[in-house]
Design a protein around this ligand. Structure first.
Ligand code: ATP
Length: 922
């Protein structure tokens, strides 16, 4: 019992450190909306400044503290002004990498100046031992706790009652409204950055006497602090304090009572992060989620002759290289492989993962044990390492199913760190007797000695060939149907799901492939020497790898090679040394600065510049028309069996399935958006769903298509009960929808938007696409839709280049391309001219009459609805107040009262036939 109390008290001291760090992170997040990954590094910088002035230059303690805090605050303001402000309209990846870049620059500069050893720093806080309730704690922990509480109270009061605090809250809630009231969002953000970073500096100075002064000590505190800040939802200072304290106590108790499991206590923050984020996450983003500008993507096209020449020249250079150059080539290529794994998961699938090194280490771990414990040959061990890491990659992907963006970055970094502290740093698991790692000896490949120690050139050649192989696989993915799905999910998860794409499976696939590539890099790193050493796989190195990926261009196949050149020990560093002796030591810092310049100058990285040049060359070559391409397999002649609209006039007919919606109720908290709604949609008929703004029309579509979980009610399509079925499965069953806000895949071409809708790859396609990316011709019904909607000449255009009307048509054509039985159109005519609306009305009728679809039309243009629909359902406050033919509905006084507003409510009340829900569908 005494022990429990003693360790709880110790934990309070530890928790106070986390809370102090976390408050600065919350402060900056509240003031600028940025999650500052550089927070620990800024604190570290402040602590070093204080230490250098006080210890090395004899400046008085308090003056040195003042300078440390000031420098940290200044670094915060500069980060805002020079990095984050220019990035405010950039992709969320660029904004995330912005603070990661500051982290890289500060840590690289600190290592250069102070080395990476730990300094013991005497503190000013009294450190006598205190007896509290029978337990002994050091007095400085109690002081730290007091300071954490005092700062929390001060921040709470400052943000609740001062003008500055109110301004910050106003800007956070609505920037433009706050600006119109005279609050400068920019000034407020800068002030918060300054204040939060100054707090980071003060925290650093207070903490280093406890944990020692080192470059990495404070930065690793970051994850624990992030966990605390997450508990406080990045907004509440008191809850953040409580979160920090609880994490500290749990960690401390586990150190005492869970000592059998290495790293368990250290993993607590990461487990908290995972739990909190996954519990709060959503499988699909909410309606109206801000759609980001996304990093540019390469085409994945490979030019075989150029590739063959490059490989031949590279092999020749490897053969002629000295051992040092061969090592540099190996370093570059292994790092390129790590970055290539990021291209798949972050570039293509849009999932910001910081797990590359954890997965690389896993590959090395499995292969190492396969050789050391089971005596497997290198070839098999390599395969086992690569394939064995895939399930671990899938585990890392599980949080991605419910989280995204920055949250996913935190969670993957946390899981990676957990793996590092629990497995890689566990001497029982990650070392063999007499070695500092897993002793694997010298390797042969099919009888050839490829030991990296004896034959660095041969090893480099092997790594080169494997890199080329992996890059070709990634190129295949990019050009395949699977690649299109990844990019669709990256662009818009909601739209992808609505087209029948399994968002979860797609993300898992990206993580799986990425894990395999990272594992390949890990095995090749580990087996270079005679023992696999796990210091090569520090989880935080994944941050640098993501930064390098961005420098090269995270969506481009050549990006990894360019990005890797800017790291220490690579070919780039050796060249640097030739030009300026000693330059390689500055490489991490130079890499960080180049990353910052890349972010501010060209966020799409070096790869994009090359891609543009290649595209310019290609433009001078003769082009083929897109429709021809769509009808043939990647340029091969169209097969004779390719159906044409003329040859198979019925190819486009929908499977005639009626939709029955019964007693549907949708609630958002206390708001009843849809109230006991029933209706039916018959094949070949158009049903209108109308009602005033906020009547619940979109909520009804959301509930029918699975985007919103209804409180009650059922949805049946033909014989199938779809109530509770996932969005993409409803789409595959024949239920397709368009969105009020269109939700097109903005960075894809028109053709690829259509392909994303009509591709129905089977489970083997995922594997086949790795080797042979086949592209099927557009199905006949999609070709007919292309003509029907007048999109033939736009197939090759990017969605961003279409006119407003064309975008609206594409949104419907894309929904039609899924070959639905029932099509639900959410305000398709919004913003169209009269002519365009008439044309659209004609199209909607044809979809019902010629294509045999059942159509639900939600529209504010009452004339259009009345002219097009066979049946109209009228909603008001979520309730069905009328149903019937357009004429019946038009004559219904209840409708006129509620919707057209030309009857008094009393008159209307008397004349509401069947308002109490007589299901039309019965
Ligand atoms: N995610 C949500 N959380 C809380 N309330 C919501 C949410 N989505 C919609 N609502 C509320 O539900 C009600 C119905 O909204 P809905 O958007 O379905 O109506 P609508 O008829 O489609 O409106 P409009 O014609 O303006 O598009 C409104 O009161 C709206 O404010």
């Amino acid at each position: 019992m005494d022990d429990i109390l003693r360790f709880a008290l110790l934990g309070l001291g530890l928790g106070a450190l986390y809370a102090l760090t976390a408050q600065g992170i919350v402060l900056i997040y509240r003031g600028s909306g940025v999650l500052n990954f550089a927070h620990g590094a800024i604190g570290m910088a402040g602590a070093y400044v204080q230490w250098e002035l006080a210890v090395q230059h004899g400046v008085s303690y308090w003056t040195a503290v003042g300078c440390g805090v000031l420098v940290a605050g200044l670094l915060g303001v500069l980060t805002h002004l020079l990095v984050m402000r220019p990035l405010r309209r950039a992709s969320s990846l660029a904004r995330l990498v912005g603070t990661l870049a500051v982290f890289i620059v500060l840590t690289a500069a600190a290592v250069k100046r102070y080395g990476d050893s730990v300094q013991l720093v005497p503190g000013k806080l009294p450190s006598d031992l205190l007896e509290v309730a029978g337990a002994t704690v050091s007095e400085d922990r109690v002081w730290l706790l007091g300071i954490a509480i005092a700062i929390t109270v001060a921040l709470h009061l400052l943000y609740k009652h001062s003008m500055f605090g109110l301004g910050t809250t106003a800007v956070a809630e609505n920037q433009s409204a706050a600006s119109s009231l005279g609050w400068s969002a920019d000034l407020i953000a800068a002030a918060n950055w300054g204040l939060g970073s100054a707090l980071a500096g003060l925290t650093g100075i207070l903490i280093v006497p406890v944990i020692g002064l080192s470059v990495n000590g404070l930065t690793t505190l970051l994850l624990s602090a992030l966990a605390a800040a997450l508990v406080g939802r990045f907004s509440s200072f008191p809850v953040t304090l409580a979160g920090g304290l609880v994490i500290g106590i749990v960690q401390s108790e586990l150190t005492r009572f869970g000592t059998d499991i290495t790293g368990l206590a250290a993993s607590v923050p990461f487990l908290v992060i995972a739990l909190v984020l996954v519990a709060r996450g959503r499988a699909l983003p909410l309606r109206g989620t801000f759609l980001d500008r996304l990093p540019a993507l390469g085409t994945g096209r490979v030019r075989p002759v150029a590739l063959a020449v490059t490989v031949a020249v590279a092999l020749l250079l490897v053969a002629l290289s000295t051992p040092q150059w061969a090592d540099a080539i190996t370093n570059t290529l292994v790092l390129s492989l790590i970055i290539l794994s990021i291209v798949v998961v972050t570039g293509y699938a849009g999932q910001v993962s910081l797990a590359a090194y954890a997965l690389a280490g896993t590959g090395a771990f499995i292969a190492g044990h396969a050789v050391a414990d089971w005596g497997w040959p290198f070839e098999l061990a390599l395969l086992a390492g690569v394939l064995g890491t895939v399930p671990i990659g899938l585990l890392f992907a599980l949080p991605a199913v419910r989280t995204r963006g920055v949250n996913l970055a935190i969670i993957t970094l946390g899981l990676g760190t957990t793996l590092e502290v629990m497995v890689f740093q566990n001497t029982d698991l990650a070392t063999t007797p007499g070695s500092d790692g897993i002793a694997v000896g010298r390797q042969t490949l099919f009888g050839i000695d490829i030991s990296g120690v004896d034959h660095p050139q041969r090893y480099a050649a092997l790594v080169l060939l494997l890199f080329i192989g992996a890059a070709l696989v990634v190129a295949n993915i990019r050009r395949s149907r699977t690649g299109r799905r990844l990019i669709a999910v990256r662009a818009n998860e909601r739209a992808a799901a609505a087209l029948g794409i399994g968002v979860r499976a797609t993300k898992l696939y990206a993580f799986g492939v990425s894990a395999a590539i990272a594992a390949l890099a890990g095995v090749l790193t580990g087996f270079r020497s005679t023992s696999v050493v796990f210091t090569d796989f520090a989880a935080f190195d994944s941050i640098t790898a993501l930064g390098l990926a961005v420098i090269g261009g995270v969506g481009f196949l050549v990006g990894p090679l360019f990005g890797a050149t800017f790291a220490a020990g690579t070919v780039g560093a050796r060249f640097g040394d030739l030009v300026v002796p000693g330059l390689s030591e500055w490489m991490p810092l130079i890499g960080g600065i180049i990353l910052l310049l890349t972010l501010v100058g060209n966020q799409d990285g070096i790869g994009q510049g090359l891609g543009k040049q290649a595209a310019a060359v290609e433009r001078r070559l003769p082009r083929r028309r897109s429709l021809d391409r769509a009808r043939s397999i990647e340029g091969a002649p169209a097969p004779a069996s390719t159906p044409t609209p003329e040859a198979a006039p019925d190819a486009h007919r929908a499977a005639p399935l009626p939709l029955h919606v019964a007693n549907l109720t949708v609630r958002y908290g206390g708001v009843v958006a849809v109230d006991d709604l029933s209706f039916a949609i018959e094949p070949g008929r158009v049903t209108g769903l109308i009602g005033p703004n906020g009547a619940g029309k979109t909520s009804a579509i959301d509930a029918v298509t699975g985007f919103t979980r209804p409180a009650s009610g059922s949805v049946r399509l033909g014989d199938r009960d779809l109530t509770g079925t996932a969005v993409h499965l409803r789409a595959r069953a024949g239920l397709s929808r368009s969105f009020q806000s269109l939700e097109l895949f903005e960075d894809m071409t028109v053709l690829d938007n259509l392909y994303a809708a009509c591709d129905r790859p089977g489970p083997w396609t995922y594997l086949k696409d790795l080797i042979r990316p086949g592209s099927r011709p557009l199905p006949a019904q999609v070709l007919i839709a292309v003509r029907e909607f007048g999109l033939e000449s736009s197939l090759d255009r990017s969605v961003g280049d279409l006119s407003y009307g064309e975008r609206r048509l594409l949104a419907i054509a894309r929904a039609v391309a899924t070959s639905p039985s029932v099509l639900l159109l959410d305000e398709p005519a919004a913003g169209l001219s009269d002519d365009e609306t008439r044309e659209l009305a004609r199209l909607v009728r044809r979809l019902a009459e010629d294509w045999g679809m059942g159509v639900l039309l939600v529209e504010h243009d009452v004339d259009m609805v009345m002219s097009v629909c066979d049946q109209v359902v009228v909603l008001d406050f979520g309730r069905r107040i009328s149903v019937g033919t357009p004429d019946e509905v038009r004559a219904d006084p209840a409708v006129r009262a509620a919707y057209l507003g030309d009857l008094s409510p009393e008159e209307a009340e008397e004349s509401v036939p069947g308002a109490e829900g007589d299901p039309v569908s019965a």
